[in-house]
Design a protein around this ligand. Structure first.
Ligand code: NAD
Length: 416
């Protein structure tokens, strides 16, 4: 990424592009350029060794005109207000594209969670919730897991919020363990959703999925479940990777066997019958479909031209830099942008909230069926707009996402 780009300048440039294409009212553009509320708190806890730990906590609520705020909480060293604001803005567009009644938010605590004990993480989570409790709630702002937070973190959030309000409120957070109101199918939703989009896109570019070669960067939650879903459709998963490197096998891999190997050895590398490759080689590997499912800024000006895939499905948030985006477009590579490709996670989070509010528990089949319907509709809404506007898929996704939010602001008006 060029040095002048920050996550927020990229997000604002994307909004500007959508605003121009939509001929958006300049007042609405101004409103959407900034978050409605940014909260900065000092999260002070007693460490195990009796010293005091002071951590910076952030919650950014972008816009809530389509419904309550929704977005993950990440525990990560060096997170900034700028980055969290950009991610909150993207969540607003993502919820709008998925057509679920939420606005975007994001939060985080600036911490290297691997260095804290479980007890310290619990105290950190509960103290953070207590500091922002008045801005949270099932009809205000509903957090979810993100990098280095998980179902256990969400259980602590639910308990702290409920204790402070005086009664049990499972609908205040999603991504919880199933036994306390979590939804079936939430864990695999993002990866499965990516492959629903791939299926639709493949039909549009006349790519046969049977034996189509798939390379996936990142073999965590999203990468593994995307690999499993692609394998289930008859694709050949030829390469996968994690932070220590990747593997390639032209004959195709069985994702479950690779996961078992990773659980045993700590890495996907040295899997029987495969060649070890680097993460850079994975991006440039011979394949039909490339799925970045790890970090941001992996497809750049340096490697975009070397990509051999016909399709790139962005499972990760922001894996392609703006310069690389232009190169992929020039190469006529079919791109499924992040705000569309990975919206399956927040979609099943929405299903979890609906189940909690109605005190129901849906079967896995029901959740998966509804997820497929939502993803297929979202993909086709974006695709139709890209055809009408003769634009690339990222621009069309932004136009759809921003357009629905702008229309809600216009209808509601500005009070007082
Ligand atoms: P995860 O922590 O479960 O997995 C991340 C994977 O990336 C791990 O396999 C890790 O080893 C690998 N990785 C880390 N550094 C790497 C590197 N330098 N090169 C290659 N691989 C590397 O995370 P996740 O939940 O699977 O999320 C992956 C991406 O998807 C993130 O960008 C996240 O923001 C995005 N996303 C996740 C969800 C969700 O529901 N989990 C929803 C939307 C978007």
């Amino acid at each position: 990424m060029a040095p002048e780009h920050t996550p927020l300048t990229v997000a604002q440039a994307q909004l500007k592009l959508a605003a121009k294409k939509l001929n958006l009212d300049s007042g609405i553009h101004k409103i959407l350029s900034q978050p409605k509320r940014s909260i900065l708190v000092s999260v002070d806890i007693r460490m195990d060794n009796c010293t005091v730990g002071v951590f910076r906590g952030i919650r950014v609520q972008h816009w809530d005109v389509r419904g309550p705020f929704k977005g993950g909480i990440r525990f990560y060293p060096n997170i900034t207000m700028d980055e969290v604001t950009a991610l909150a803005m993207l969540m607003t567009w993502k919820c709008s594209i998925a057509d679920i009644p939420y606005g975007g938010a994001k939060g985080g605590i600036c911490v290297d969670s691997k260095k804290l004990s479980k007890g310290e993480l619990e105290r950190l989570t509960r103290r953070y919730v207590s500091l922002i409790v008045e801005y949270l709630g099932p009809h205000r702002d509903i957090p979810a897991p993100d990098m280095y937070t998980d179902a256990q973190t969400m259980a602590w959030i639910m308990d702290t919020y409920s204790q402070l309000k005086g009664y049990s409120i499972p609908e205040c957070v999603t991504g919880k363990p199933v036994e306390i109101g979590g939804s079936e199918g939430r864990t695999e939703a993002t990866g499965k959703g990516v492959i629903h989009c791939v299926k639709e896109a493949a039909a549009n570019i006349d790519l046969k999925l049977k034996n189509a070669e798939v390379a996936i960067q990142g073999f965590g939650n999203v990468g593994f479940h995307a690999a499993q879903a692609a394998h289930g459709l008859g694709c050949k998963v030829v390469a996968v990777s994690d932070s220590s490197g990747g593997i390639y096998c032209q004959k195709g891999l069985n994702p479950d066997a690779v996961l078992a190997h990773k659980e045993k050895t700590g890495s996907v590398q040295n899997f029987k019958g495969c060649k070890n490759i680097t993460n850079e080689e994975l991006i440039e590997a011979k394949c039909d479909i490339l799925i970045p499912a790890a970090l941001q800024n992996q497809i750049t000006q340096k490697n975009a031209d070397k990509i051999q895939a016909r399709m790139v499905a962005e499972a990760a948030n922001g894996p392609t830099t703006p310069e690389a985006d232009r190169i992929l477009h020039e190469k006529n590579i079919c791109l499924i942008p992040d705000i569309l490709a990975n919206c399956g996670g927040v979609t099943v989070s929405y299903f979890e909230w609906v189940q909690n509010l109605t005190r129901e528990h849906w079967t896995l089949e029901k959740v998966n069926g509804k997820l497929e319907t939502k993803m297929t509709k979202a993909f086709n809404d974006v695709y139709s707009l890209s055809q009408e506007e003769e634009s690339d898929m990222r621009t069309a996704a932004l136009m759809l996402g921003v357009g629905r939010v702008a229309s809600a602001i216009k209808t509601l008006g500005l009070w007082p």
